[in-house]
Ligand binder design. Structure first.
Ligand code: GLA
Length: 385
């Protein structure tokens, strides 16, 4: 049964009526431009062909009933909550969006899908985007897509309380089939770069390492980057974000910041340049150059930004040694989750088998892997009449 059919059936069974809307809301990968979104820099993400499906209908009261059919958990709130619920945590992504929208009305909701949770492919942003699009359709709110992105981003920052950048929500909402999004996170301007490479594919390898440090260390990195900006501003007061700094300016300011802050800044300034180079390589279908840039990003994330872990390093290094792999890096915030590999399509099954075996031998735990493809962003697949 397809995920769409499954959420439909669950909805009918749970609430005794059919849903009014069904939304498909994808996860994302990020080709390059890691930890640059909150530094006002460029990112190159894409929505992927794995998603959350949400079936929903409006209610006549202000109650919100939610059913997560894959994990068989429910949550019911009587109206706009004053604070996040303690459990289940997933409910806060939906409640945060509805609260940020001013609680347009009560809803019955069922969701599920084939997007791995906790793997660093933005299942939380997918859930937020799904709730935003469903509420917008059900209550005829008429938001533009970019406004919905701002709403889901605000919900995550202010209601859920995770200080993330805008990339994940943007990619999940604005993705386009067979293209990466070249997004400037300072100006919020974007364009689409086609990825039509019949001989190449993207493989995600999930380390299975829980991203436990992700929230606290993520906040720490944001603070360290802000410290870097403050030091740079002693030379160039009008500097707004770290990604505006040139390598020369950073060098000139090296003595004005502690060595650790300098390394954080060196990574972000380097990543900003690499992302531009990667966009060019993508446009030229130069996958060798692209792969080399991905690996350079990994080295920077590992040594200067320090967000890797032995499992991710292993998957990247072992991956790079395989003849099928042109480039690899940890993807997302780090501290666990997935690595992303650019792989020759014909050899992808052999590549995955090789890496799975090596990983099991080295760490005694299985590795999950998925080949993914850039896909359209969140879509209403069944709309109100
Ligand atoms: C997480 C955040 C994003 C971004 C990445 C790192 O996925 O949600 O906003 O900062 O980490 O690039």
């Amino acid at each position: 049964m397809s995920p769409q059919q499954r959420v439909w059936d669950h909805f009918q069974r749970t609430y005794g009526r059919p849903p009014t809307v069904v939304v498909r809301s994808p996860g994302r990968i990020n080709l390059i431009g890691e930890h640059t979104d909150y530094n006002g820099g460029p990112v190159l993400p894409a929505a992927i062909d794995r998603a959350i499906w949400m079936a929903a209908a409006a209610r006549t009261d202000s109650r919100c009933r939610m059913w997560a059919c894959d994990v068989e958990e429910t949550c019911i709130v009587e109206g706009k909550p004053a604070a996040p619920v303690v459990k289940p945590n997933w409910a806060n992504y939906i409640l945060g969006v509805l609260t940020t929208m001013g609680w347009p009305g009560g809803m019955d909701i069922v969701f599920g899908g084939d997007l791995p949770v906790g793997a660093g492919v933005s299942s939380s942003a997918a859930l937020e985007n799904a709730a935003a699009l469903a509420a917008d359709a059900l209550f005829d709110l008429g938001y533009a897509r970019l406004e919905l992105v701002r709403i889901t981003h605000a919900a995550e920052n202010h209601f859920v309380g995770v200080p993330c950048g805008i990339m994940d929500m943007f990619a999940g909402m604005m993705g386009r089939k067979d293209a990466f999004i070249q997004l400037n996170c300072r100006a919020l301007t974007w364009s689409y770069l086609p990825f039509e490479a019949p001989d190449h594919t993207w493989v995600l390898c999930h380390s299975g390492v829980e991203r436990r440090l992700a929230t606290s260390e993520y906040s720490a990195r944001r603070r360290e980057c802000a410290q870097g900006v403050a030091a740079l501003q002693t030379l160039v007061p009008e500097l707004g974000t770290l990604s505006e700094a040139t390598p020369d300016l950073l060098k000139a300011a090296q003595g004005r910041m502690p060595p650790l802050i300098f390394r954080r800044c060196r990574y972000v300034v380097g990543e900003t340049a690499r992302t531009a180079a990667a966009a060019e390589a993508l446009c030229n279908s130069d996958y060798k150059a692209l792969g080399a840039l991905l690996y350079q990003t990994h080295v920077g994330l590992r040594d200067d930004f320090e967000v890797s872990c032995p499992e991710l390093d292993f998957l990247v290094e072992q991956g790079m040694r395989h003849s099928a792999c042109l480039g690899a890096r940890l993807m997302g915030a780090g501290f666990g989750g997935c690595t992303l590999h650019l792989v020759r399509r014909a050899e992808a099954p052999a590549f995955i088998a090789h890496l799975s075996e090596a990983y099991l031998r080295a760490f005694g735990r299985p590795m999950a892997a998925w080949t993914v493809r850039p896909a359209d962003g969140a879509t209403i697949v069944v709309g109100p009449d």
